[in-house]
Design a protein around this ligand. Structure first.
Ligand SMILES: [Zn+2]
Length: 62
């Protein structure tokens, strides 16, 4: 499966990290930050070949 690389900023430690995103569908999931290991809530919106990513702290939700 092809995965798209997107850079985001961790909502906890503000480090720039790279996520591997499945570009085939929009989805919401939790991914642990590679730097601080806290759970980042990730929302991906796939529109054609455009991918929009939102991230927030898991406790806050969208
Ligand atoms: Zn972090």
């Amino acid at each position: 499966m092809y995965l798209h690389e997107e850079q985001i900023t961790c909502p906890y430690c503000w480090e720039a990290i790279t996520l591997l995103v499945d570009p085939s569908e929009s989805q919401t999931y939790t991914e642990d930050c590679f730097v601080c290991c806290r759970p980042i809530l990730v929302n991906t919106q796939v529109t054609g070949d455009q991918i929009t990513i939102e991230v927030t702290q898991e406790d806050l939700g969208f």
